[in-house]
Every structure is written in structure tokens, then in C-alpha cells.
Design a protein around this ligand. Structure first.
Ligand SMILES: [Zn+2]
Length: 199
């Protein structure tokens, strides 16, 4: 048996991207909004829109490598200020912010950079922040079987800050706590103290 295991993670949520159809539709969309696309500057905008959204909706595969927790480390492992870039599924406008992802190790631990990759993986699709938060936490429970998981995301939604109520500078905070981090008040307090988010 190998001393570590690697699990290939690929997109599981859906269909192929049809760039040609997306480019055509983007052109129609702009014309319907009264945006002419016949100038030199805008001529390739439908193509650029199609490519930009295709990139935002396509998770990059990564290898989830876990290692045996030989030292028996049983304190919180926390990655703070992981960048979050996603697109709200209600307006298809970006929301950006940071995630704090922590876990209490069980028998296995994770390469630290992987916590950021997991956040990116679930962010690359039309999302709502609440679901994104829960998906990251659930996935860690399923794949790593830790004693507890905590995920906090703070993000600014441009559908709130650029339009509508124009609540400039407002942040939305969501959190999911599972296992010991949910059930044990001291673990929970430690997690929130280290993330700098008030529970
Ligand atoms: Zn929205």
C-alpha cells in the first residue's frame, strides 16, 4: 500500500461548453440590449464574453493528495484568506471575496494548497454563496473524514453593489460548521477567533 493517496478531481456537474453557440448567443444578447458590435473595439466582444464565461464555469482538474497523520496532529488546520471568485447564478454577475477553511484532522491530512483548490473547484460554476460554503465543507467531510470542518466565506456580490440597492462595500458572510467544530463550543470559538469572523 502507498503512503499517500491521490484522487483525481474533475468536473462532475455537467455539459460540454459549446463556444460557437455561446458566442452567437452573446452577440444576440448584446444587440437585444442595444449594444452595437460592429465597431473595431466590440467586434470580438461576443467571442471574448463566451470564452470568459466558459473559463469561469469550468473547474480545473486537480489531484487531491492526502497523507497519513503520523504525528497524530489533532489541532485545527486553517487556511485563511483564500481568494474566492465566482458568479452568482441569479444575475450572472461576479462575486469576489475570501474563504477561511479549517479542519480538525482525523487519520489523514491534506496538502495545504489543496484547500484553495477545493474552493476554486466549487466556485467555477454559477453559484450561490450559501451552497458554495456548504459544498466545500461537505466535500472535505466526504473525502478526508476529519473530526470537524469549518468554512467561512466573506464576499462582495456585484449584483448588490453595482446595481439594485448599490450597497457599496457590503459583505455577505456565510459559514458551515460540521463535526466537532459544530458540536464543541470551544472548538467553534477557536475557529471563529482564528478566522477573525465573529460568531
Ligand atoms: Zn445576484
Amino acid at each position: 500500500m502507498h503512503s499517500n493517496t491521490a484522487l483525481r478531481v474533475i468536473g462532475e456537474h455537467g455539459g460540454e461548453v459549446d463556444l460557437v453557440a455561446a458566442e452567437w448567443a452573446a452577440g444576440e444578447f448584446l444587440r437585444a440590449l442595444g449594444v452595437a458590435t460592429d465597431s473595431e473595439s466590440l467586434r470580438r466582444t461576443p467571442e471574448r464574453m463566451a470564452r470568459a464565461y466558459a473559463e469561469l464555469f469550468t473547474p480545473r482538474p486537480f489531484d487531491l493528495t492526502t497523507f497519513p497523520n503520523d504525528e497524530g496532529y489533532d489541532e485545527l488546520v486553517l487556511a485563511r484568506q483564500i481568494p474566492v471568485r465566482s458568479v452568482c447564478e441569479h444575475h450572472l454577475l461576479p462575486f469576489v471575496g475570501v474563504a477561511h477553511v479549517g479542519y480538525l484532522p482525523g487519520d489523514r491530512i491534506l496538502g495545504l494548497s489543496k484547500l484553495a483548490r477545493i474552493v476554486e473547484h466549487f466556485a467555477r460554476r454559477p453559484q450561490v454563496q450559501e451552497r458554495l460554503t456548504k459544498q466545500v465543507a461537505d466535500w472535505l467531510i466526504d473525502q478526508l473524514h476529519p473530526k470537524g470542518v469549518g468554512v467561512v466565506i466573506e464576499a462582495e456580490h456585484t449584483c448588490m453593489t453595482l446595481r439594485g440597492v448599490q450597497a457599496i462595500g457590503s459583505n455577505t458572510v456565510t459559514s458551515t460548521l460540521l463535526g466537532t467544530l459544530r458540536d464543541d463550543a470551544r472548538s467553534r470559538q477557536e475557529f471563529f477567533a482564528l478566522t477573525g469572523v465573529h460568531s
